[in-house]
Design a protein around this ligand. Structure first.
Ligand SMILES: [Zn+2]
Length: 319
């Protein structure tokens, strides 16, 4: 019951994505008093910075490299024994509820169907299933037709085939629910539908174990993928489903309205705090130039003396 509420909230969030992003408002220099409240604001801002990095290279801890030419690129990569995939930030790729072909062996074609086919009308908007970054945008005449592959921060890669049009580009950072294409029947397809695949490190997972198209919902808050080595194809990887428990999902249920209001205020303030993570070779001067602020101001905001050195990985405020 509890996780149901959360999922609904996530879904609602996915529908309001078109709302304008927060104003990129550059406030006047703000000193950073080291009190408890500012620390809370900073920690939210730092969290946002890490989220932005996660956008740059989603699931970097799982994937050995980034490659944007081939859908299959994980031939020799070892699968983890177990990997928990967080499904909570989902958006259904299509609002259509009718599955026309399941995942698995198709005797008629004597081949595996590595995804699920969902009914669609020509031109229906197809949306990113989770936050992530577009890895492949391609046209494959004899197969997927117009296809988009997204690598998500939860470790999954999703594949969307037979699109009539692409609406995204390689390398685009996406939020769950962002439009990525229009439904169609390009490639090897006999009618307009969405061919949808879910994979972890190239290993196919039956999308129906994650997404319930009829119910327009995910099957749980988490899905636990069990690897057991490469080469175990279809159905043999004994993937199991696990729904979130109350210990897994703590969503401020015990917070008072005042605490919630404060948290919201902090979040708004954090949204205005801009942070920069120092990379190798950067200097205060190059960082100041990059963000259009003065070196003095950078020093002031971060409590740096004129002789202080910065180091890679250090996080600096710049607005
Ligand atoms: Zn298909």
């Amino acid at each position: 019951m509890f996780h149901k509420i959360i999922k609904t909230t996530t879904l609602a969030a996915c529908l309001t994505l078109l709302a304008a992003p927060t104003n990129a408002q550059d406030l006047l220099a703000r000193q950073a008093p080291v009190d408890k409240k500012m620390r809370a604001v900073d920690s939210i801002a730092i969290q946002k910075l890490f989220q932005a990095e996660e956008f740059e290279d989603p699931a970097a801890e799982l994937y050995p490299n980034w490659e944007d030419d081939h859908i299959n690129m994980y031939g020799s990569v070892e699968l983890p024994n177990e990997y928990r995939i967080d499904l909570r930030g989902f958006c259904m790729p299509t609002t259509n509820r009718i599955v026309t072909s399941n995942y698995g062996y198709r005797p008629r074609f004597r081949r595996q169907h590595k995804g699920i086919d969902v009914n669609a009308n020509l031109g229906d908007t197809i949306r990113a299933a989770f936050d992530g970054k577009v890895r492949v945008v391609d046209f494959q005449q004899g197969g997927y037709g117009n296809v988009v592959v997204i690598r998500h921060s939860n470790g999954l890669e999703t594949v969307y085939g037979h699109l009539s049009r692409h609406l995204t580009k390689k390398g685009a950072a996406l939020k769950a629910g962002d439009p990525i294409g229009l439904a169609g029947s390009t490639g090897r397809s006999t009618g307009t539908h969405l061919h949808f695949e879910t994979r972890l490190l190239g290993e196919y997972i039956d999308p129906a174990k994650l997404f319930d198209f009829a119910a327009q919902d995910v099957t749980g808050d988490y899905y636990v993928f069990k690897g057991r080595g490469r080469g175990t194809l279809l159905g043999k990887h004994e993937a199991g489903m696990q729904t979130g428990t109350d210990t897994d999902v703590r969503y401020n249920s015990s917070e008072s309205p005042a605490a919630k209001a404060q948290a919201q205020k902090d979040a708004r303030q954090a949204a205005r705090t801009r942070l920069h993570k120092v990379r190798k070779g950067e200097t205060l001067y190059s960082i100041a130039r990059k963000h259009g602020v003065s070196v003095d101001r950078l020093r002031r905001m971060n409590g740096l003396r004129s002789k202080s050195k910065i180091r890679p990985g250090q996080i600096l405020k710049y607005s």
